[in-house]
Design a protein around this ligand. Structure first.
Ligand code: S3P
Length: 175
């Protein structure tokens, strides 16, 4: 029931460290679909890493670039689409995801607990929002966003302890 070339076959949402990018690639391989990642799109547009966008231009500028990247990808990408962890905070993005779901599109919330996310995000300079106190900041983000991830998603998959290829199977089973 996934929509055709007019949009992605599946959109992945979830917090940093939930494995959106790696699971996205595992799904792309499994289904032989193109994979797109809005963090990478934003970095290409800006010509610099996300951490530098935050420092040089501020988070609001990053969020504006991210919104453009997400809306463009939702409109034109045919394949697997991984969103940055905070993309769902934007109201226009939420409306676009609701429309995509109403048209039969699948949005998967990759859920994860702190214990499993922490080793993936703890020392990563690429995640400016977590700098200083990665565990505490991650927990605060997740607490605030969990209801949003649940609202935008059509299915939730708990990824704790699973390798990317196993998460891909779990996603397929859940759809
Ligand atoms: C962010 C998550 C990051 C990246 C940016 C902001 C967030 O993406 O978009 O650092 O607000 O959660 P990942 O979820 O891929 O780490």
């Amino acid at each position: 029931a996934a929509p055709g070339p007019a949009g992605p076959r599946v959109v992945l949402v979830g917090p940093p460290g939930s494995g959106k990018s790696t699971v996205g690639h595992a799904l792309g391989e499994r289904w032989q679909l193109a994979v797109r990642d809005t963090d990478a799109d934003v970095e290409r547009t800006a010509g610099k890493p996300i951490a530098e966008i935050f420092v040089d231009d501020g988070e609001p500028h990053f969020r504006a670039l991210e919104r453009d990247a997400v809306l463009a990808a939702l409109a034109e990408h045919d394949g697997v689409l991984a969103l940055g962890g905070g993309a769902v905070l934007d109201l226009q993005t939420r409306s676009a995801l609701a429309a995509y779901r109403a048209a039969g599109g699948a949005v998967v919330f990759l859920d994860v607990t702190l214990a499993h996310a922490a080793p993936r995000v703890g020392f990563n300079q690429a995640r400016p929002l977590l700098l200083g106190n990665p565990r505490g900041r991650w927990q605060a983000l997740m607490e605030e966003r969990r209801p949003v991830y649940e609202e935008v998603a059509s299915v939730r998959v708990l990824t704790d302890g699973l390798r990317p290829a196993d998460v891909a199977v779990a996603v397929e089973d859940a759809l």
